[in-house]
Design a protein around this ligand. Sequence first.
Ligand SMILES: [Zn+2]
Ligand SMILES: [Zn+2]
Length: 83
Amino acid sequence: MPTRLGRRPNGTFVKEHYCDSCQMLGINGLACHETGCPDAWKDYEKDCFECGCAFRPTERYQAVCLDCIEDKEVTDRDEDETY
Ligand SMILES: [Zn+2]
Ligand SMILES: [Zn+2]
């Protein structure tokens, strides 16, 4: 989630989250996307389709965590290949 420097009413500067696609809402001190924001998926964890652990997707429809993606790439390689 990108941040920008905001200014509190008392004059102190504070980093606050912002979103290009919606007006983020502050709920209980946590920045939250508006309902239906197309960028909201970037800030929420999903359960990995392979191992079930929670991860943050780096691509829109990513279904497995990075660990599982890397595992898959390793097992797809020729076993004799050296690094
Ligand atoms: Zn948003
Ligand atoms: Zn996984």
